[in-house]
Design a protein around this ligand. Structure first.
Ligand code: ADP
Length: 286
């Protein structure tokens, strides 16, 4: 409101300026609605991921989930900033945007917590099991992919291997993940890819070796491939090997990566024999 003065300076009226704040409100409400819809989609996504049981899908599902609250935080903060540009900031609206943003940050934190829990002992049921059987189970899930990519599989299973302590599902997921990486590495291999699977006893250890004749691991990245989020693939999440390594170490074992002399990569899962464990790893049921 400003005074309107006459020629002699006397007050002859007032000028009232009206500003339509509806567009800001509409933008704000639209942002809130969009975020709430995203939240519902996010809940559905959570339910879906809980059912997924392959390591790679689990990892990419979680990365996708983390992206959801992050983009919600971004739109809440942008809305809050545009409210601040307003001369008379609507404090209630600003509070609502910031509270929603805090809730989303909390949600992202819980997702990460769940990822950690997935690979910690709390969630593991270590039992004595046959490595050959776990490998068979995992490979049977890959039948279609191997056939589809025209990949030949060479199996060399040692007979009468000692048992190992591991979580059945997690061990199968590790094998599946390593085999899938091998399939991806052999995408350009001609005339065909060769996936070799070997189990053997080495002293008081039992080993599974997964080899391929794919592109191999560039030597300068060998010490980084287990780092979370390290990936050389255009759409890779870089979480698979990090999760596999954590799981195998929780079984008291080691996951070793290298290149084969000819071409291709080789991953060794090295586990102690169940009989050689003086005390079973914590979390063992049997
Ligand atoms: P992602 O598959 O999402 O990239 P991973 O953690 O499973 O994540 O793998 C990390 C990186 O390790 C890959 O991007 C690739 O560079 C390398 N890698 C893994 N397995 C192989 C393999 N069999 N041959 C060549 N490189 C591999």
């Amino acid at each position: 409101m400003s005074p309107l003065l006459g020629r002699n300076g006397q007050l002859i009226g007032t000028v009232l300026t009206f500003r339509d704040t509806a567009p800001i409100r509409r933008r704000m409400l639209a942002a809130l609605e969009a975020s709430e819809t995203r939240l519902r989609q996010h809940e559905m996504e959570l339910a879906r991921v809980a059912r997924i049981n392959t390591m790679g899908e689990m990892a990419s599902g979680i990365a996708h989930e983390i992206n959801q609250p992050l983009s919600a935080i971004m739109s809440y903060c942008q809305a809050a900033l545009s409210l601040l540009d307003d001369d008379e900031t609507d404090m209630a609206m600003l509070r609502r945007a910031l509270t929603s943003s805090v809730n989303q940050a909390d949600r992202a934190g819980r997702i990460i917590h769940r990822l950690r829990e997935f690979v910690t002992r709390k969630n593991q049921q270590l039992v004595p099991l046959q490595l050959n059987q776990a490998v068979h189970n995992a490979l049977s899930l890959l039948d279609y992919e191997l056939h589809d990519h025209d990949i030949h599989i060479e199996q060399n299973f040692a007979h009468e291997l000692p048992l190992v302590y591991a979580d059945t599902i997690q061990l199968e997921q590790v094998v599946l993940n390593l085999a899938r990486n091998a399939v991806e590495a052999m995408e350009q291999t001609r005339p065909w890819g060769r996936l070799s699977i070997t189990t053997r006893k080495q002293g008081d250890r039992v080993q599974l070796i997964i080899g391929d004749n794919g592109c191999g691991i560039p030597p300068d990245t060998l010490d980084r491939i287990f780092d979370p989020f390290f990936s050389t693939k255009p759409n890779g999440m870089g979480l698979g090997l990090a999760i596999c390594q954590t799981a195998i170490e929780a079984f008291g074992g080691k996951l070793i990566a290298g290149n084969k002399p000819g071409s291709g990569a080789e991953f060794i899962i090295d586990l102690p024999c169940a009989a050689s464990c003086v005390t079973a790893p914590s979390g063992v049921e049997a």
